[in-house]
Design a protein around this ligand. Structure first.
Ligand code: IMP
Ligand code: MG
Length: 192
């Protein structure tokens, strides 16, 4: 599949999805499995589970995942900046939009699209712990174990992928490709 992306100064780049990492079918099965694991883990809670998605990458996964969790829950979102428009993690993580609600004394499940170096997640986990939730667990759709720098424990993990740049199912390159219903490897083309 071939895509043209207009970047700064109106240069057209030819990028290509060179291989599929997670097919649509595999996406569906993975989300069903994670939903079942999460449902079984929590069982009965006194109050609703708080499912917190990190934007924008997790929005599609969140929407599918919450429909596979069969216990009462509420959702909230937080936006962090990480990559800018490139493909290399800067390690510099900022809160762009915070949660609407307090997580104090609540059972919280953090949801990410992908854990790469782990810097983003480890920073968010630290930040969330300081807010004194009753419990805190983390879930990611994709995991790149080879790229890990920060040491974090993932409670609910979707699919391990190799250390390549992935797009689709919420993951972007320069804000594009998020709507692909599968996950593929993006090879960056040269200027046209
Ligand atoms: P980390 O802090 O290096 O773990 O990176 C976390 C964030 O970087 C994720 O939430 C993604 O938004 C983005 N990211 C990491 N790897 C990829 C990738 O392969 N494709 C698209 N975005 C990625
Ligand atoms: Mg992102």
């Amino acid at each position: 599949m071939q895509f043209n992306t207009r970047k700064k100064h109106n240069i057209v780049k030819n990028h290509q999805i060179t291989k599929t990492l997670v097919s649509e079918e595999q996406v569906k099965k993975t989300v069903q499995r994670l939903g079942a694991e999460i449902t079984a883990h929590y069982g009965r809670l006194e109050r609703e589970l708080m499912v917190i998605g990190l934007l924008r990458g997790s929005f599609i996964f969140m929407a599918d995942l919450v429909r596979q969790i069969k216990i009462p829950l509420v959702v909230d979102f937080m936006t962090l900046s990480s990559y800018g428009d490139g493909t290399i993690s800067s390690g510099d993580v900022k809160v762009v939009m915070d949660l609407d609600s307090s997580i104090e004394d609540r059972d919280v499940l953090l949801v990410e699209d992908i854990v790469d170096t782990g810097r983003t997640f480890s920073k968010v986990i630290r930040m969330m712990r300081n807010r004194n939730p009753r419990s805190l667990k983390v879930c990611t759709f994709l995991n790149k174990p080879e790229a890990r720098i920060a040491d974090i424990n993932i409670d609910f993990c979707g699919v391990d992928i190799p250390n390549e740049f992935a797009v689709g199912y919420g993951l972007d390159y320069a804000q594009g490709y998020r709507h692909l219903p599968y996950v593929g490897v993006l090879q960056l083309g040269s200027d046209k």
